[in-house]
Design a protein around this ligand. Structure first.
Ligand code: FAD
Ligand code: NAG
Ligand code: NAG
Ligand code: NAG
Ligand code: NAG
Ligand code: NAG
Ligand code: NAG
Ligand code: NAG
Length: 502
């Protein structure tokens, strides 16, 4: 209640200012009469300010998911940390909302609550510096995952990053951050040593293990500030070579495949750290009349996946078995998320996901959602024929080695990240509603089959209709701790467009 009245007061104060806007005849006079020449004077020479209609503006506001997207009157591209500070101070002085944009793959529908204001694109904060002692790297706030991986690789180093080449390093990390090397070292955010953060009032702080908000930056970081750079741990490369085996099954094998996936883990006691297993379901009429199950077994340090992992799957009678070998740098291509693949293009499609974390597969539920998915992807004139059902089984030992309460990321005890991705071409509200209904119907079946008592979701995949408990953990202490930090660091809710804590 207290918080509500506080932000309401801020809103009233701001409305008064907007009602008496600056009048300017300069070319930097954006919609709403705000004079951006004032801001321009305070920015460094390489910074940019793009107004609607310009090519710069159009190319920067495009997003991976064209559903409930944020709307801005101007895009600022800072070139220095101080440019970010100046932009936030300017926005505050004009009562304009602002939003950090980076790899533009954030898809949560809460972003649509931004209906005007400044987008702050971090793409020019793109430096990467490896420390002399080879233990850490300083990564600019706008660096893409691939740039981190490639730069470290050239120096014989590596660290945990998200897997998609066109997603930023920090976007995934602020919500936890899953990646291929998490079985060894934990999540992307578990590598943080310190961060430079611009706060809601435009002041700058260094956040490290001595700061109360460090805990929150690792899982709920979007809510607390703009990260201009981060120092993260790095490691010597342990395995250069990797092997993949893609094993494709027809849908009648759903129970057998997932029964086996469960068993291989349970009978051996621990999940192997050298193996990541993903599966995708998709409809490809050249393969089958119904969606297929594509199992990807990815093993490090070998040129062919160990038959101990693959043979039991071969015994189930797949329709395709395709081995590949290469290096760590091939993994994005192998899983269809490299720079040249569709997920890295801005297509104009809506891309909602409906994620749930699971402990293991329930084969009854897998069958039920397979049937729903078949109906949705294969019937005549369906808008969802390009939907993709993702089952991500990253190795987890490094994640579980860190105690459950150590960070705001709440789901270390879960094992699988599962989500239907209902790609479709937008065509009005009725279709949006249809996708929403179908996605939640599928998720509900998985939830009921899981026997869990709370809906656990990955905030970075979330649709946007979930609650803060689903994004940040249902434990009351987590909610209390996050709300109290939010009140201290962002009392007016300036950083509340992306999965707001409260
Ligand atoms: C194809 C694809 C592959 C993916 N792969 C992975 C994966 O391997 N692992 C994984 O964990 N997730 C993955 N994700 C999910 C990913 O974590 C989110 O989509 C994430 O929001 C993308 O960040 P972005 O910078 O690209 O997007 P943006 O939309 O630019 O950013 C998302 C939000 O993050 C915040 N933000 C970004 N940068 C900063 C910053 N420097 N300071 C403060 N706030 C910031 C802002 O609130 C912003 O609204 C994937 C998503 C897609 C679409
Ligand atoms: C990433 O690397 C590419 C190729 O070297 C470069 O053009 C680009 O500016 C870099 N971008 C970021 C944001 O790191
Ligand atoms: C944290 O505080 C301790 C004790 O005050 C100090 O010795 C240490 O240098 C600080 N750590 C960092 C990373 O600033
Ligand atoms: C089971 O564990 C043994 C010993 O660690 C290992 O050699 C084998 O590959 C594992 N098998 C599977 C299927 O995980
Ligand atoms: C996003 O979808 C709308 C329809 O809802 C469409 O008009 C617009 O062109 C799409 N955007 C892009 C970038 O394709
Ligand atoms: C076709 O798919 C849509 C979308 O999932 C669904 O609403 C409809 O019931 C399906 N029709 C049939 C005949 O299966
Ligand atoms: C795949 O990984 C998940 C999560 O780590 C695990 O539950 C499952 O048993 C694994 N399956 C195989 C075949 O390794
Ligand atoms: C699997 O899911 C079904 C359907 O929801 C449920 O009845 C059953 O109890 C679940 N099995 C387990 C082991 O949880």
């Amino acid at each position: 209640m207290f918080q509500l009245s506080l932000s309401l007061a801020a809103l009233v104060a701001c409305t008064a200012v907007v009602a008496r806007p600056d009048v300017s005849f300069s070319s930097l006079n954006g919609r709403g009469g705000v004079d951006f020449t004032q801001l321009a004077r305070n920015l460094s020479p390489s910074a940019h300010i793009y107004l609607p209609g310009s090519d710069g503006f159009n190319s920067l506001v495009g997003r991976w998911s064209n559903l409930s997207t944020p709307v801005a009157n101007v895009v600022v591209v800072p070139a220095t940390e101080n440019d970010v500070v100046q932009t936030v101070k300017f926005a505050n002085s004009k009562c304009l909302p602002f939003l950090t944009t980076n790899g533009v793959h954030g898809s949560i529908t809460t972003l649509g609550k931004m209906t005007n204001g400044i987008e702050i694109s971090l793409k020019q904060l793109n430096s990467i510096k490896i420390a002399k002692d080879g233990q850490t790297v300083t990564i600019g706030g706008g660096v893409m995952s691939k740039n981190v991986t490639d730069t470290l690789w050239a120096a014989g180093k590596q660290t945990v990053t998200g897997t998609c080449e066109c997603v930023s390093y920090l976007g995934p990390a602020l919500g936890g951050g899953h990646g291929w090397l998490q079985g060894h070292h934990g999540l992307v955010s578990d590598q943080f040593v310190s961060l430079r953060v611009v706060k809601a009032d435009g002041s700058i702080m260094t956040v490290d293990k001595n700061s109360s908000v460090f805990w929150a930056m690792k899982g709920a970081g979007h809510n607390f500030g703009i990260v201009t750079s981060v120092v993260s741990k790095i490691y010597d490369i342990q395995h250069r070579n990797y092997a993949l085996e893609t094993i494709i099954f027809s849908g009648d094998k759903v129970e057998a495949v997932y029964e086996l996936a469960n068993q291989m883990w349970l009978t051996n006691g621990t999940i192997p750290t050298d193996l990541n297993n993903w599966s995708y379901w998709f409809f490809d009429p050249t393969l089958d009349t119904k969606p297929v199950i594509a199992m990807y077994l990815i093993q490090e340090g070998v040129d062919a996946v160990d038959p101990a992992y693959t043979q039991p799957f071969h015994n189930l009678g797949p329709i395709v078995v395709q081995p590949a070998s290469g290096t760590y740098l091939d993994l994005a291509k192998w899983t269809g998320i490299s720079l040249s693949d569709t997920p890295c293009q801005i297509t104009g499609n809506a891309n909602p996901r409906f994620p749930i974390y699971l402990k293991s597969y329930n084969t009854t539920a897998q069958r039920q959602v397979y049937d729903l998915f078949t109906q949705a992807t294969t019937n005549a004139s369906t808008p969802f024929s390009n939907a993709l059902f993702m089952f991500e089984g990253y190795s987890t030992q490094g994640v579980k080695a860190i105690s459950d309460g150590a960070t705001a990321y709440a789901y270390r005890s879960d094992n699988l990240l599962v989500a239907p991705l209902l790609t479709y071409k937008p065509n009005g509200k009725a279709l949006d509603d249809q996708a929403f209904k179908l996605g939640n119907q599928i998720r509900q079946v998985l939830y009921e089959g899981s026997g869990q008592t709370s809906l656990n979701t990955y905030v970075n995949y979330a649709y946007g209709d979930e609650t803060p408990k689903a994004w940040y953990g249902a434990d009351q202490w987590r909610q209390d701790r996050l709300r109290s930090l939010k009140k201290n660091y962002d009392p007016k809710g300036s950083f509340s467009f992306y999965a707001p804590i409260a």
